[in-house]
Write a protein that binds this ligand. Structure first.
Ligand code: CA
Length: 325
């Protein structure tokens, strides 16, 4: 009997932990943008494992279909800025000089080495102080492989870290007779992500396709409308008819700085009035632009602008910052 009580108290103690964390973090969520991409090449399994160890709320996946319809975790429809495809398959280059994920089977894609992101024209890596380009041994993987990794780590660590998949360029997929939304939603459902209570947020820049996910494909997931251009901020009411959240570029939230205080656009306030959560992208401590420190960036956006979370290449830094609040 004593043992049962001990187990019960252990359960209470550890079971309460995530809730304590939530309270400390004032319900603001940390999304590991392409994994712990500030430290390891983006979207590699290694970057996802490292992210998981940093305790974000969600880990992000960008998805593009292979020739044989496998959703591959990669940021763009191109391969030539994160892999050695030009050396391994020079003959697959299209007229526009690019190499497309969709031209390769999943087996072929697995033969490529993944590296830190670089400019294919100059060969220079985009973030000079990150993981050195060309070093290490990294591979591409499928969406299913990553879900199994995250669910497996959740099981072995007792955590419940969510997934935050984005379907890339659905229009391009349709032109190639591929339905990336349908394929992705089916896989999510098979792995237990079906409703807003499941730890999954589904995102897309293409408003038509996200609306289709809700209305035609009948998804009950938490849907996040990503936006990029100023004119899209005028369509919030429409977005709220099918989406639960908004993923703006963080600069769409900033207006101007008066003295030492930032003034904000009405975007967050309007989105909140419509019941939309706001998760801006991207918090990067090595690309601060208008901010003098990463701490200032987090303070201004997370607390003064009062967004509900954010995408970051440095999940450890955002978790640590929010835990201190
Ligand atoms: Ca993304």
């Amino acid at each position: 009997m004593k043992q049962i009580y001990a187990l019960f108290f252990l359960f209470l103690f550890f079971g309460c932990k995530p809730e304590t964390k939530l309270t400390n973090m004032k319900n603001k969520i940390v999304i590991a943008h392409r994994g712990a991409s500030g430290y390891l090449p983006e979207h590699t399994m290694e970057a996802k494992v490292m992210a998981h160890a940093m305790n974000p709320d969600y880990i992000e996946q960008d998805l593009v279909l292979s020739k044989d319809d496998v959703p591959v975790v990669i940021h763009d429809i191109y391969l030539d800025d994160v892999t050695d495809v030009t050396e391994k398959f020079p003959e697959r280059q299209r007229e526009d000089k690019r190499f497309y994920v969709i031209d390769f089977t999943f087996d072929e894609l697995q033969r490529l080495n993944v590296t830190e992101r670089f400019d294919p024209k100059t060969g220079k890596q985009i973030y000079p102080n990150r993981f050195p380009k060309g070093k290490g041994s990294f591979k591409l993987h499928s969406f299913q492989q990553e879900i199994e990794l995250i669910q497996g780590l959740n099981a072995s660590t007792g955590k419940n870290i969510g997934i935050y998949p984005e379907i890339k360029n659905p229009e391009f997929h349709h032109q190639n007779e591929k339905d990336i939304a349908k394929i992705t939603l089916n896989i999510l459902s098979e792995y237990g992500y079906k409703t807003k209570n499941d730890k999954c947020m589904f995102q897309c820049f293409d408003a038509k396709e996200l609306e289709r996910a809700r209305k035609e494909l009948k998804s009950n997931l938490f849907l996040v409308q990503l936006i990029e251009f100023p004119e899209e901020t005028k369509q919030l009411k429409h977005f709220a008819t099918y989406a639960d959240g908004l993923g703006p570029w963080y600069k769409q939230i900033l207006d101007k700085k008066e003295g030492t205080r930032w003034q904000f656009t009405t975007l967050v306030e309007e989105a909140h009035k419509l019941g939309l959560k706001v998760h801006p992208y991207t918090f990067r401590s090595d690309q601060l632009d208008e901010f003098y420190s990463f701490e200032e960036m987090m303070q201004v956006l997370l607390f003064e602008a009062d967004v509900d979370g954010g995408f970051t290449d440095f999940p450890d830094k955002m978790v640590q910052y929010l835990t201190k609040q």
